[in-house]
Design a protein around this ligand. Structure first.
Ligand SMILES: O=C(O)c1cc(=O)[nH]c(=O)n1[C@@H]1O[C@H](COP(=O)(O)O)[C@@H](O)[C@H]1O
Length: 231
């Protein structure tokens, strides 16, 4: 687990909204309660890529969640093409060929690469349906080991796997966990879910939280409460 002085840096707020204007209004409302935002492809496809350098220039950290996965050449050049945006993190799916290509494309100054192991909306039945014979826990472990082998900087998994993943990737690699719900919030389509406090106790570096914050009447207060659990 990395040393993080400001507990706000442990919370990544997912800006899963329809437009750049909506995203900017949300960032404004949350104010100094959060320091780290995620731009996923819903927002990126709505012009959100240009928001990345703007947030970075404003002193905020940005997780660019594009979940790249393609033939190696396309991944390598795709990563190279977005190296200068100023993102702190970039996601790729945790397939060995994809991860090795992303590492080649990042070069020295690119974002830190995170590999998405098994989506937190998957349970055992979903993994079986997708054709995997391994259990979710074993698939996460296998992909975490392959991520470390490929030279990836961190993994995305559920907080339920954080302890075992830490044993695989070591202290220097990051563990970033979506599927986080404050006690009492609905899980929506997430299936492997933990509270912010449980995730922190499991040794995660960062949590990703979207709808519990973005769908709240008081996003700033919810962000503050989550950060308090992560301190
Ligand atoms: O890569 C991600 O960020 C991600 C991986 C994963 O396994 N599960 C997952 O939910 N996410 C993202 O994390 C965010 C979670 O949003 P909420 O479920 O609204 O908190 C969404 O932006 C997802 O795209």
């Amino acid at each position: 687990m990395t040393e993080i002085d400001d507990p706000r840096d442990r919370l990544i707020v997912a800006l899963d909204v329809a437009s750049v204007a909506e995203a900017e209004a949300l960032v404004e409302r949350i104010g100094d309660a959060a320091t780290f935002y995620k731009v996923g492809y819903r927002l990126a496809y709505a012009g959100g890529l240009e928001l990345v350098p703007r947030l970075a220039r404003a002193g905020l950290k940005v997780f660019l969640d594009l979940k790249l996965h393609d033939i190696g050449n396309t991944v390598e050049e795709g990563v190279r093409a977005i190296t200068d945006l100023g993102a702190t993190f970039l996601t790729v799916h945790a397939y060995p060929q994809t991860m090795r290509a992303a590492v080649r494309g990042r070069g020295r100054d690119g974002p830190r690469l995170l590999a998405v192991t098994v989506l937190t909306s998957y349970d055992e039945a979903d993994a079986r349906e997708a054709g995997y014979a391994l259990s979710v826990a074993d698939l996460v472990a296998r992909r975490a080991a392959q991520a470390a082998e490929a030279g990836i900087d961190g993994v995305v998994c559920s907080a339920a796997e954080a302890t075992s993943v830490r044993g695989i990737v070591g202290a220097e690699r990051l563990i970033v966990t979506p599927g986080i719900r404050p006690a009492g919030s609905g899980t929506s389509d997430q299936k492997r879910v933990m509270t912010p406090g449980e995730a922190r106790a499991a040794g995660i570096d960062h949590v990703v939280v979207g709808r519990p914050i973005t769908g709240s009447a008081d996003p700033r207060a919810v962000a503050r409460a989550i950060v308090a659990e992560l301190a």
